[in-house]
Ligand binder design. Structure first.
Ligand code: ADP
Ligand code: ADP
Length: 228
């Protein structure tokens, strides 16, 4: 579903953000992406969202080579990629329902279908009863769940998350991780950028670790070979 083949990204001649990165994630696979600040995590996510293009190598999503994708096709690719942000980027001038409905309105889903699809997404994150509230009335963990509902309302085959638990305490972080696990179980490919080492070790899922743009580990953190 996602594949990087020898991907290098240079922003300028002496600034290599990613160096010859290789990995593949299958349908329904869940993995973490970790590394220190500046390691290249955001760059890797931006290549998947086609916000940046690789300097060398190939980036594939859902059988499509993104390198040479014409600009006009970028919006179509983005419909297949749900994105969850640390600060969730909710709009506080409208209800929970309307926040989750936004991606559907953008792509012109018939109004009659919007209600059903928004409620299905809110149900998946356990917030069906809060659709009429303003996100300001919700806790931090609930706000992040609204962000996740909005990311999945299009039923994207790929879900990317950039530090999704950055502002949450450990218990709420674990809840959010369980939600991502549920999406992967129904076939969504999930990639979660995080530098929360405790959380990553607790989850013990596949972890891609970047160091100065190089992929230096790819495996479960509690496996001996990937320590250090
Ligand atoms: P992370 O998300 O792991 O903190 P980034 O992908 O943001 O890492 O950054 C990787 C490297 O690329 C860093 O050295 C950073 O300064 C550099 N970088 C990121 N974005 C740009 C940009 N738009 N222009 C130039 N350099 C950049
Ligand atoms: P531009 O077309 O002006 O270069 P960007 O590519 O930076 O704009 O994207 C515009 C905004 O949409 C950014 O805030 C970006 O993070 C967000 N974005 C990009 N891809 C997605 C996606 N698949 N789902 C949700 N938001 C996205």
């Amino acid at each position: 579903m996602i594949e990087f083949r020898q991907v290098t990204k240079r922003y300028d001649s002496d600034h290599t953000a990613l160096r010859q990165v290789n990995f593949a994630l299958n349908r329904g696979e869940l993995a973490f992406l970790t590394g220190h600040s500046g390691a290249g995590k955001s760059t890797l996510l931006k290549l998947l969202m086609v916000m940046e293009r690789p300097s060398a190598g190939e980036v594939w999503v859902g059988g499509q080579l993104l390198n040479s994708l014409p600009r006009r096709q970028i919006p179509y690719i983005r419909r297949h990629i749900g994105v969850v942000f640390q600060n969730h980027q909710l709009l506080f001038d409208r209800t929970v329902f309307d926040n989750v409905a936004m991606p559907l309105q953008v792509i012109g889903v018939a109004p009659g279908d919007i209600g059903r699809r928004v409620r299905a997404a809110l149900d998946k994150v356990g917030l069906l009863s809060k659709e009429k509230m303003n996100p300001l009335q919700l806790s931090g963990g609930e706000q992040q769940r609204v962000g996740i509902a909005r990311a999945v309302v299009n039923k994207p085959p790929v879900l990317l998350a950039d530090e999704p638990t950055g502002n949450l305490d450990p218990e709420l972080s674990a809840d959010i991780m369980n939600l991502f696990g549920q999406f992967s179980q129904v076939g969504v490919t999930v990639l979660i950028a995080s530098h929360d080492i405790t959380l990553i070790n607790d989850m013990n899922r596949r972890t891609l670790r970047l160091d100065q743009g190089q992929l230096v580990a790819d495996g479960r953190p509690r496996t001996e070979a990937n320590r250090g």
